[in-house]
Write a protein that binds this ligand. Sequence first.
Ligand SMILES: Cc1cc2nc3c(=O)[nH]c(=O)nc-3n(C[C@H](O)[C@H](O)[C@H](O)COP(=O)(O)O)c2cc1C
Length: 337
Amino acid sequence: MHVALSAIKIGSEAVSAPVALAPMAGITDRPFRRIAARFGAPYVVSEMVASREMLCDRSLSAIRLDVAQDTALAGVQLAGCEAHWMAEAARRVEGNGARVIDINMGCPAKKVTTGYSGSALMRAPDKALSLIEATVEAVSVPVTLKMRLGWDDETLTAVEIARRAEAAGIQMLVIHGRTRAQLYRGKADWAAVRAVVDAVDIPVLVNGDIIDVAAAGEALAQSGATGVMVGRATQGAPWVVGQIAAALSGADVPEAPTGGALRDVVVEHYEGLLECYGSAIGSRAARKHIGWWLAKRPDGEALRGRVIRSEDTAYVLRELSAYDWPDVVVGDDQVAA
Ligand SMILES: Cc1cc2nc3c(=O)[nH]c(=O)nc-3n(C[C@H](O)[C@H](O)[C@H](O)COP(=O)(O)O)c2cc1C
């Protein structure tokens, strides 16, 4: 199947191809976004920031909001359950230089949904709209919305919310093809996203279970969406967004790094995390990434065991540098055997 993507606009912001790195709390921070952008991700989104907490000036929120150094266009994602706090947070984020603000209505986590934020808003469309309107009215930068198909199979509200969100001034939608009740189970229903695509005139990105170029093409064909957003497939492989964007726009596809080039990316990522958070928090933030970097690599499990809990950052760096990073792409080889 042949899908040719072209540039889009998110409000006033031009994006070379509608292929985006999904917001992932604890993952898509500044160091990760920087690497994804270098491999050609046209659009990236920050981790979710809780609007109310942010205004209490928690230092981690400040790091999550900082998109000033991003090289790709970066959206800042806000979550919240009160219009007042969403508007205040949006103003603050715009003041800090954000060029796009995204509203989270997809997060299924209990600590988020119990306060009627994240995906809980999918079963309260009027409430959802009050947050959307307050956010859009508070700022002049484009505001986008990320949501699921609905709360559960009986409450499929994505089309209603999409229509009303467009009327309220939302400039782009991202639809994860699952309900809240599904959490991450089953398979994302790309075809179900078509009803939203048909209901609005703004760009719609389809999301969920897109792992490579072939899946992206299939998701686009089934949904009719403008583009795709990719999350978990980038864990340990931040180049995947750039590869999909290039392949579907007819450009040269950047190769997944192997050998010494892969080592350089891993070291850059580790050092970036230390620089971003300081060594105590940074070395802990690196643990899951180290797990992904070393997954399915020869003797990767042994190295992981040696470094994963270490806070001796010089030791970890030495070990990661000394490791013989394989010259094959994971998946193209049998090293997992
Ligand atoms: C660890 C993790 C953290 C996530 N954090 C967020 C978040 O902060 N905001 C959000 O809108 N979605 C978040 N998501 C959902 C993803 O953006 C995406 O919608 C979902 O993973 C489905 O896409 P995928 O199959 O490509 O991963 C998160 C997902 C994961 C796995």
